[in-house]
Design a protein around this ligand. Structure first.
Ligand code: DQA
Length: 144
């Protein structure tokens, strides 16, 4: 199974960005974690991408809708205000699972992070488990 693993703004800087919040692992560490949730008889291929550009991220969601590809999405700051991204994600409903992932627990942080405009159209949300959240999200998709 192929899973699109999409990451929003500033996540390309994982490893050096606020390591006390996001840890020291980098974006390159995500694919092996996601693929670890596969089984020999049902392997997972992780297509990990990152962009700081809202339009590019929206385009990738359209691609997932058209190909009916499951998505793990860390929308980063777009989580909190991008109605365009939410409307794109809504098109995945009934088509393919969408798991929203956050490395940190946004609810334990500043008030503006407590709102996600994405969660209402996600299949589920995993937050606060560091990069392991990507592995957990893949396990949840594989189990469906
Ligand atoms: C984040 C949480 C967001 O609030 C923040 O803007 C990010 C990363 C996380 O993975 O914890 O960029 O999505």
């Amino acid at each position: 199974m192929r899973i699109l693993v999409l990451n929003g703004p500033n996540l390309g800087r994982l490893g050096t960005r606020e390591p006390e919040v996001y840890g020291t692992a980098t974006i390159d560490d995500i694919a092996p974690l996601v693929e670890a949730s596969g089984r020999t008889d049902a392997p997972i291929e992780a297509d990990v991408r990152q962009t700081d550009d809202e339009a590019e991220l929206v385009g990738w969601i359209h691609e997932a809708v058209d190909a009916r590809t499951p998505v793990i999405l860390n929308p980063a700051a777009f989580t909190h205000y991008s109605y365009a991204l939410r409307d794109a994600c809504a098109q995945l409903q009934g088509v393919a699972p969408l798991v929203e992932v956050h490395i940190s627990n946004p609810h334990a942080r500043e008030a503006f992070r407590h709102t996600s405009v994405i969660s209402g159209v996600a299949t589920g949300v995993i937050a606060g488990f560091g990069l392991d959240g990507y592995r957990l999200a893949a396990a949840a998709i594989a189990a469906r």
